[in-house]
Design a protein around this ligand. Structure first.
Ligand code: AMP
Length: 119
């Protein structure tokens, strides 16, 4: 497993920094955002270090599929996946999107009515 020792989320994967885990499998970890913007705010990350959605390569196909499937698991666990519910998936890429942690992650936001467009 490739890891960057100075990467915050790699350190969470390694167990060196604690996190409130929601879901885990061989390729993916999901944990609660430290500064939640909604009743459910979970970050789904690959255990493999990939910088962001702009640096995904063909070799990452399986990991990215696992990441997407894990968002469904998280929505089920959080009870926000019903027909009358819903949630938002967000991937920030680079400074203009306020991307603050350079390790690929999907924000799963839900548990309240979310406005559009985002800020
Ligand atoms: P982004 O701005 O898209 O890069 O998202 C990074 C997210 O990581 C932000 O929503 C932060 O609140 C969150 N975050 C930063 N440090 C931690 C941490 N130690 N545990 C959980 N979430 C964190």
């Amino acid at each position: 497993m490739t890891a960057a020792t100075d990467c915050l989320f790699c350190n969470i994967v390694a167990g060196a920094i604690p996190a409130d885990l929601v879901f885990e499998n061989d390729e993916v970890l999901a944990f609660r955002d430290i500064a939640p913007q909604a009743p459910t705010h979970v970050l789904v990350i690959p255990k493999l270090h990939i910088e962001n959605a702009g640096t995904i390569e063909g070799d990452h196909r399986d990991v990215v599929a696992s990441l997407m499937l894990a968002t469904q698991q998280v929505a089920q666990i959080e009870g926000i996946d019903g027909e009358d519910r819903g949630y938002r998936l967000i991937m920030n890429v680079g400074p203009d999107a306020a991307n603050s942690v350079p390790h690929l992650h999907i924000h799963v936001l839900g548990g309240r009515s979310l406005t559009w467009p985002p800020g």
